[in-house]
Design a protein around this ligand. Structure first.
Ligand code: ZN
Ligand code: ZN
Length: 281
């Protein structure tokens, strides 16, 4: 099947190349669709997001590529927008300001009861470990539940088209602090997925953990994917590429896994909105 990818990061945020390099690579890989989703600006110092004053330039650059390559590949503009209640801008603010075609919502920073932020992503698991200790007193259940509550809040109030790496909270866990089989974890995951179903969001199957060697599972994990299939929540496939060569990272293996679980199709964005594509080999 012809591939697509809606989740990519360029030099405008924490990716390594100019947007056009991703277009060239996508053409080489015979993609039908490529979406750009730089990290939306956040109102605090950081080294991962697009700088607020660069947002219009980012949007303008992608828009030019959209025209330049029209007829060859469908290009869309998006942002991966962080949701931190009381801190980040509403998603609509970015939709209007940057003229987004669709939105991807994600949680990378979890707010603790004292309004301090726990960074749960990145390559260094000791940052996760330290945050768990200092911001949640080492109480993994409290910390993980705070993450999922933030996802619920995002789904209910921001209505992102796509939810990024929905169970990223498990990445640095690696079986050390909790298991997906524990009843409290199962309960909260089920509650979140029911809310996703009610709100009509799409869940992405994100392969980044696999090709970066930071996880032995996709986000969401097969455990969640079975429930997602049961609830008939639409899924898309993305690699969360930070380099052009990561555009199709682990796609073949992940499609096989999705087929084994029982998924029949994926969702992708088009000029006419979201469409289904059959999973084929
Ligand atoms: Zn992300
Ligand atoms: Zn991302």
């Amino acid at each position: 099947m012809q591939y697509f990818n809606h989740h990519t990061h360029t030099i405008f945020c924490d990716g390594n190349s100019e947007p056009e390099e991703y277009v060239k690579k996508a053409l080489e890989l015979d993609f039908h669709t490529l979406g750009f989703s730089g990290h939306a600006p956040v109102p605090f110092e950081n080294n991962f997001s697009i700088k607020d004053e660069k947002l219009e330039e980012y949007a303008g650059t992608v828009r030019k590529l959209k025209d330049k390559y029209s007829g060859e590949i469908n290009i869309f503009i998006s942002l991966e927008i962080d949701f931190i209640p009381g801190i980040t801008h509403p998603f609509d603010y970015f939709v209007e300001r940057a003229g987004l075609d669709y939105t991807i919502g994600g949680v990378h920073l979890v707010k603790n009861p004292g309004n301090k932020l726990w960074f749960i992503d990145g390559k260094d698991y000791t940052v996760y470990d330290r945050g768990l200790q200092t911001l949640f007193g080492g109480n993994i259940r409290k910390a993980v539940e705070a993450y999922w509550q933030q996802i619920i809040g995002m789904v209910a109030t921001q209505k992102p088209d796509v939810i990024a790496h929905i169970d990223k909270i498990g990445m640095h866990n690696r079986g050390r602090y909790f298991s997906e089989e524990e009843s409290w974890y199962k309960d909260i995951v089920w509650k979140v997925l029911k809310s996703v179903k009610e709100n009509g969001n799409i869940i992405e199957v994100n392969t980044r953990g696999l090709y970066k060697g930071r996880s032995d599972k996709t986000f969401p994990s097969p455990f969640l994917l079975e429930q997602i299939l049961h609830l008939q929540i639409p899924v898309t496939l993305s690699s969360d590429a930070h380099k052009p060569e990561e555009l199709d990272g682990y796609f073949d293996e992940t499609l096989k896994m999705l087929d084994d679980i029982g998924f029949k199709d994926l969702i992708y964005f088009s000029k006419e909105g979201w469409k289904k594509q059959k999973i084929t080999f």
